[in-house]
Design a protein around this ligand. Structure first.
Ligand SMILES: Cc1cc2nc3c(=O)[nH]c(=O)nc-3n(C[C@H](O)[C@H](O)[C@H](O)COP(=O)(O)O)c2cc1C
Length: 189
C-alpha cells in the first residue's frame, strides 16, 4: 500500500533562535521558559547606547523614537542568522508599540522564509500594535500565533514579577501555547 503521509511542516531538527528585548527581565523570564521547552539559542538584544535608568526619561525617549521612526543601533550581532529556521522574537509593549530596538532588529536581518513567533509581556494594556508590526516587518516570513501575558508595571515600581507562583503559571501557559504551534520540541537540545 502506497499511502502518502503528510509531510510534517516542522521537525525537531529545526534550528531555533530565541531573541528578546527585556529591561526588567519579565520578557527574559518567558524567553527562558521557551528555551527550556524547545531548546535553541537565546540572545538578548543590547543597544550600542543603552536607555537611561530612569523610567520617565526612557518613556519620553521611546515616544520620540516611535514618532520619528528612529532605529537605535544594536550592539548585538547575530552572524549566523542563516542557520536558523525558527525565530522566537520577544519584547515588552512600549508606548503600545513594538520597542524601537526590536524594530531595529527586524529591519537589520533578512528573515525571509523563516518562521517567526512573537512573544510579549506588558503592564496590562496588552500587545498594542506590536504583533502587527512584527508581521509587517517580516513580509516574507511565516509569522505564527504569538504569546502574551501581563508582566511588570515599572511606573509603579513593579519590576520582575514573573517569578515564584506566577512563573509557574507562566510556564503552564507557555507550554499550552507551544503545544498548539506547528513546531515540535527538541527537548532542550
Ligand atoms: C518605555 C516603556 C513603555 C511602556 N509602555 C507600556 C505600554 O504602552 N503598555 C503596557 O501595557 N506596558 C507598558 N510598559 C510596561 C512593560 O511593557 C512591562 O513592564 C513589561 O513586562 C516589561 O518587560 P521587561 O521586564 O521584559 O522589560 C512600558 C514600559 C516601558 C519601560
Amino acid at each position: 500500500q502506497n499511502t502518502t503521509l503528510p509531510m510534517p511542516k516542522f521537525t525537531g531538527d529545526q534550528k531555533i533562535l530565541i531573541v528578546y528585548l527585556s529591561r526588567t527581565n519579565n520578557t527574559k523570564a518567558i524567553a527562558e521558559i521557551i528555551r527550556k521547552n524547545t531548546g535553541g539559542d537565546v540572545v538578548a538584544i543590547e543597544l550600542l547606547k543603552p536607555y537611561p535608568q530612569d523610567y520617565k526619561t526612557t518613556v519620553a525617549q521611546v515616544e520620540h523614537e516611535n514618532e520619528t521612526g528612529y532605529l537605535p543601533p544594536l550592539k548585538t550581532k547575530i552572524d549566523s542568522m542563516g542557520k536558523y529556521d525558527v525565530i522566537f522574537v520577544g519584547f515588552p509593549t512600549w508606548g503600545m508599540q513594538l520597542p524601537p530596538p526590536m524594530k531595529s532588529f527586524l529591519h537589520q536581518y533578512n528573515l525571509s522564509g523563516k518562521t517567526i513567533i512573537p512573544f510579549n509581556t506588558n503592564a496590562g494594556y496588552g500587545i498594542g500594535s506590536t504583533f502587527q508590526t512584527v508581521k509587517s516587518l517580516c513580509p516574507n516570513s511565516k509569522v505564527l500565533e504569538g504569546f502574551t501575558m501581563k508582566g511588570g508595571i515599572e511606573r509603579d515600581g513593579q519590576l520582575l514579577v514573573i517569578k515564584g507562583d506566577y512563573q509557574i503559571q507562566a510556564e503552564a501557559d507557555v507550554k499550552k501555547w507551544l503545544a498548539k504551534l506547528p513546531i515540535t520540541s527538541n527537548n532542550g537540545r
